[in-house]
Design a protein around this ligand. Structure first.
Ligand code: AMP
Length: 286
């Protein structure tokens, strides 16, 4: 039955959101950092479809930024975000201040083991600890039945699932496919920091990943990795930080294609004059 649309509520205080959610059972939740685009909206629409109440948070979480400049430059577009939330089925938007989420410093240190000791986990020290801090705080407030996360942040989904297991949250984590520009570039809030020309050139990342899938039958894992890195680095405005081909369940690098039955290639590339950090991934075997 279609939901009766009664207009979206906007909350800035935890206590007010909690009062609104009290007694509600079927709550779906999408945590975001705002600067919303089609990628976010796919999660929000799905959340609105699958739950009686759809809650979306917009919060640029300082504890997950290991680079202060990145935090300062992160795009903030509150008015546009609220308009998009209103027109995409969100029932309750939560836009807390930093003090509201962290009335005192969060000193918790999580131990996620091997899944955190690779890729983003080693390149961005403290990043996943900050993600776990904020997502666990938000889950405590919203108490969702389901929470929606994008597969663009492939490692983040594994971390959130492990955090849920460790802390015993009764929430289903729902992974959602990557939404792309027509050019294939994965949609990202950070894309707005690229010039039009850089954005066009950044399509090379996914084009290369996709092409590399065709080579998997005739090349070794190491050869495919090298081909991807060399092809992208051949463009002077790009620099690959890493390309790892991993077991999609353990996130550990594989040496042979037969080492895992679910194989994913995860890439991070610095792009353009401002060296914007872009991430993407592709499945070789599902
Ligand atoms: P962020 O605002 O970057 O923290 O992202 C909020 C959520 O949206 C995360 O679960 C992301 O993985 C997801 N997301 C961001 N970009 C995309 C995309 N292009 N396709 C699908 N999900 C996305």
């Amino acid at each position: 039955m279609p939901k009766l649309f009664v207009g979206m509520k906007v909350f800035r205080k935890t206590a007010d959101l909690k009062a609104y959610l009290k007694g509600r059972k079927n709550v779906g939740f999408v945590p975001t950092m705002g600067a919303l685009h089609e990628g976010h909206l796919s999660l929000i629409k799905r959340c609105a479809d699958e739950n009686e109440t759809c809650v979306v948070s917009v919060f640029v979480n300082p504890t997950q930024f290991n680079d202060k400049n990145d935090l300062k430059n992160y795009p903030r577009t509150e008015e546009a975000d609220l308009a998009l939330l209103r027109s995409n089925g969100c029932d309750a938007a939560f836009l807390p201040s930093v003090d509201e989420i962290y009335p005192e410093e969060d000193t918790r240190v999580f131990n996620f083991g091997a899944i955190a000791d690779v890729m983003e986990g080693v390149r961005r020290p403290g990043h996943f600890n900050g993600v776990a801090q904020v997502v666990s705080r938000l889950f405590d407030i919203v108490k969702p039945e389901r929470a929606y996360f994008g597969e663009k942040d492939f490692q983040q989904i594994a971390i959130v699932k492990e955090m849920v297991r460790q802390l015993g949250f009764a929430v289903e984590i729902v992974p959602c496919p990557i939404v792309r520009e027509e050019s294939g570039l994965a949609k990202s809030s950070r894309n707005t920091l690229l010039s039009a020309d850089e954005k066009e050139k950044a399509a090379l990342i996914y084009r290369t990943l996709r092409e590399s899938v065709n080579f998997a039958s005739e090349m070794t894992v190491a050869q495919v990795k090298k081909w991807v890195v060399d092809t992208i680095n051949a463009n002077p405005i790009m620099e690959v930080e890493y390309y790892e081909i991993v077991d999609g369940r353990t996130l550990q690098s594989i040496e042979k294609w037969s080492d895992a039955d679910y194989v994913v290639g995860c890439i991070t590339v610095y792009c353009g004059e401002k060296r914007i950090r872009l991430i993407d991934n592709i499945a070789y075997k599902i």
